[in-house]
Design a protein around this ligand. Structure first.
Ligand SMILES: *Cc1c(COP(=O)(O)O)cnc(C)c1O
Length: 395
């Protein structure tokens, strides 16, 4: 719309969503959609989850905002829930994934410069990664398209190809502070990291005194069938970050770290006005408590098995489909051509999915998705891809 008062930062789909509940959303024409993108891994408990809504509404009557110059009991509670259920010992709350990654980058530099007394500052990341849109996190991101027009970029970031151990080893110098990665490269095309590679990365970090930072902004909060994706691996990060699913749709981010890194942040070292407000913390605590009480990650793992099996079966033999890949309910269908037309057609037929790179259809249903909903979604995807293959063959 040319008369919009907004920056045109987004290439928006021609759909206006106005209501949601569970796996369903409705547009302003009253049309119903089955939502297999969940606001990009945000609505992990489905839209407007009852328990989280109750906690939010109840907090609205008490207190909305209080400065971090005061104690905030909700922050202590939410942080306790996170550390009791992860390898981390400390949490910093912020408002987005990019901010959580900024905090992780700052913490890694400060850990070396203040606790270790060295001058390490460089962070090694991987090509095709995505870490956010602030200047530091877009520099960390291993995709050139997010950097165009923003020169000069901050110093201190190096990229190597994923799964290339010799290149990674060669990139480590006496300036290296940390290695940072997603365990499923999500925006980069739904590419899971190999077990052996991550073990080798951890070993390199240990050998060289580097911090391992895992970006769990998209993979965290049950998305991959465990509360955190690193639990699939026999490896623990020193620092990891969360956002997307942690607030069930309320904007929240978190940066978590282990005990040995914790003292690198002291009063005045890092701060944000809106980080960990009472409202945000009520939502985070209710989200985590619901996930634990309802075994949501286990349910996601079971739904994932069913979804992948159905996709394998219904898409078998299609010449336009190369691979189904991913972890948990972060699934990519790798097509052998741009997937934009198929995605637009699925939207028309009432299934919301999203790309991950040009050729991948990404599926991110909520973690409580039913087998019946999966059947519907897979039926629509198989129909559209089969029709596309037939049309191509007829050309
Ligand atoms: C979405 C995402 C981010 C950025 O989060 P924002 O909340 O958009 O700033 C960072 N890392 C990963 C892996 C993401 O998926």
């Amino acid at each position: 719309m040319s008369d919009s008062a907004l920056f045109s930062t987004y290439a928006r789909y021609p759909i206006t969503l106005v209501k949601g509940k569970g796996s369903r959303v409705w547009d302003d024409q009253g049309k119903e959609y089955l939502d297999f993108m969940s606001g990009l891994a945000v609505a992990n408990l489905g839209h407007v989850p009852d328990a989280v809504k109750a906690a939010l509404v109840s907090q609205l009557d008490e207190l909305w905002h209080v400065s971090n110059l005061f104690h905030i009991p909700g922050q202590e509670k939410a942080a306790r829930l996170l550390v009791d259920n992860s390898c981390a010992d400390a949490v910093f709350f912020c408002n987005s994934g990019a901010e959580a990654n900024e905090a992780a980058i700052k913490l890694a530099r400060r850990y070396h410069q203040k606790l270790k007394g060295n001058e390490r500052y460089e962070i090694i990341t991987f090509t095709q990664s995505f870490h956010g849109r602030t200047l530091a996190t877009l520099t960390a991101t291993g995709q050139d398209k997010v950097k165009e027009g923003f020169l000069p970029l901050p110093q201190g970031f190096v990229h190597v190809p994923l799964h290339d151990l010799p290149a990674l080893e060669a990139a480590i110098t006496d300036k290296t502070a940390a290695i940072m990665l997603e365990l499923v490269q999500a925006e980069g095309g739904v590419i899971p990291v190999d077990q052996d590679f991550l073990r080798a990365v951890r070993a390199l970090c240990d050998r060289h005194g580097l911090l391992l930072i895992v970006d769990e902004v998209q993979t965290g909060m049950g998305r991959t069938g465990k509360l955190f994706a690193y639990e699939h691996y026999d490896v623990e990060p020193d620092i990891f970050t969360l956002a997307k699913g942690i607030g069930s749709g309320f904007p929240v981010g978190a940066m978590l770290a282990k005990e040995h890194v914790k003292p690198a942040f002291v009063p005045g070292a890092h701060a944000t006005t809106f980080g960990g407000t009472p409202i945000a913390m009520a939502v985070v605590a209710a989200t985590i408590e619901t996930m634990l009480k309802e075994n949501v990650a286990e349910k996601a793992a079971a739904a994932s098995e069913y979804l992948i099996a159905q996709l394998q079966e219904k898409l078998a033999g299609l010449p336009n489909v190369d691979q189904v890949r991913g972890k948990g309910l972060l699934i990519g269908i790798l097509c052998n051509a741009p997937a934009g037309d198929a995605i637009a057609e699925l939207h028309k037929r009432g299934l919301l999915v999203v790309p991950a790179g040009p050729n991948v259809i990404r599926l991110l249903p909520n973690l409580l998705v039913t087998n019946e909903e999966i059947d519907t979604a897979v039926g629509l995807i198989a129909a559209v891809l089969t029709e596309q293959a037939a049309a191509k063959a007829a050309q």
